[in-house]
Design a protein around this ligand. Structure first.
Ligand code: HEM
Length: 349
């Protein structure tokens, strides 16, 4: 398996995680002297200093004092190269795989009673460029701020007033929350927000480990009579396809619809569950910025595209700020939607 995808050029992360691989090494060097400088057992502190750690542990080899065996230094080097994730990539991608499986299940086994057909019918008629997922979500957001969108808002409100639709949405909502907290548990039954954001960031950058199910699906479809050259081409394609987003088509749409709904419910809810919803929304907003910058889709703030590395860092802190500040989260969402809808100059003209 090449380290870089020959088609997308993306680097694949995830063989080394802080919790599984680095912490057991660092823990034995936890001492008051080092704690005065930073906590080597805390993932966020170590990630902030990842390049210094690489320099001292790997390049110079003078930290911890006496140095680490070569094999452990190699692990640290790989962890830093991968963006210093909290967990191995497989743990991160397990969440996306599960969301995908559940939403597929929901979509296929609840039809036609569930709200999917109604939703798709409603949005299908209004799609501009076939981007159902994003359009549906953003259209809803826009409908809250622009007077000329009042009519759309009325249509959507009518749709959400349908009890069956609301029940289905609430079920997806609680499913999503259970999945998020289940995969990224925090202290006292809460959410490990930073790990959830980190996973989404990796997802948005297409750097999670390959999806073996996708790879084998393409490989199994290679015709028995394919020439060696065709086979080679399709196998390369299979490798790359396995590295793209796992959630797509209806399930992906479904996931974003849940985000739209989150925003709706945030207006009325004032309970604790609201925090998880707001966290989910903050991750969706900042994760989509990373997606738009790193996958070069444009249509986000120009400032975000100037220095992708800096955007990555600023989105990590923005996600936390937005999680704690609903008006700022809404404002950012609203402005990003407007940018998305701004017509783009024709690159050929
Ligand atoms: C796996 C464990 C360790 C790692 C990853 C690590 C990493 C680092 C890094 C990155 C720095 C530079 C910090 C900066 O410039 O701001 C540093 C400095 C330092 N560390 Fe550690 N360290 C470890 C263990 C230890 C231990 C066990 C001791 C105590 C005996 C220690 C003592 C020091 C001291 C005194 C400094 C400041 C002086 C200097 O920069 O050389 N470290 N360490």
């Amino acid at each position: 398996m090449p380290e870089y995808c020959p088609i997308t050029g993306t680097h694949i992360t995830g063989r080394v995680g802080f919790t599984e691989d680095i912490l057991p090494i660092f823990r034995s060097f936890d001492c008051p002297v080092m704690r005065n400088i930073f906590d080597v057992t805390d993932w966020e502190s170590c990630r902030q200093r990842a390049s210094q750690i690489k320099q001292r542990v790997v390049d110079r080899g003078d930290m911890p004092p006496g140095g680490l065996p070569q094999q452990q230094r190699a692990l640290v080097a790989e962890w830093v190269k991968d963006g210093a994730p909290k967990y191995r990539g497989n743990k991160y991608s397990a969440y996306f795989l599960e969301v995908d499986s559940y939403t597929e299940y929901f979509s296929y086994y609840n039809a036609p009673e569930n709200y999917m057909p109604t939703v798709l019918e409603y949005f299908d008629n209004k799609m501009e460029d076939g981007a159902k997922t994003i359009n549906a979500w953003w259209r809803w957001v826009l409908s809250k701020g622009l007077p000329e969108e009042t009519q759309e808002r009325a249509v959507l409100d009518g749709f959400l007033a349908n009890q069956q639709v609301r029940d289905a949405i609430l079920r997806v909502q609680s499913l999503m929350q259970r999945l998020i907290v289940g995969h990224f548990p925090g202290p006292a039954g809460g959410l490990d927000f930073v790990a959830f954001y980190d996973a989404t960031e990796c997802f948005a950058r297409d750097i999670l480990p390959p999806d073996e199910d996708r790879r084998s699906r393409v490989r199994n479809s290679i015709p028995a009579g394919a020439s060696a050259e065709q086979r080679q081409e399709l196998e390369t394609y299979a490798d790359c396809y396995a590295r793209y987003h796992r959630m797509d088509s209806e399930p992906m749409w479904f996931n974003w619809a849940a985000h739209a709904d989150l925003a709706l419910m945030l207006e009325t809810d004032a309970d604790d569950a609201n925090r998880t919803k707001q966290a989910q929304m903050a991750v969706a907003v900042c994760g989509s910025v990373v997606d738009f910058v790193f996958r070069q889709r444009g249509r986000t703030r120009d400032a975000y595209t100037v220095n992708p590395g800096r955007t990555l860092l600023s989105m990590r802190s923005a996600a936390k700020r937005h999680r704690d500040n609903l008006p700022a989260l809404r404002q950012e969402l609203y402005e990003l939607v407007q940018l998305y809808r701004t017509p783009q100059p024709n690159p050929i003209a």
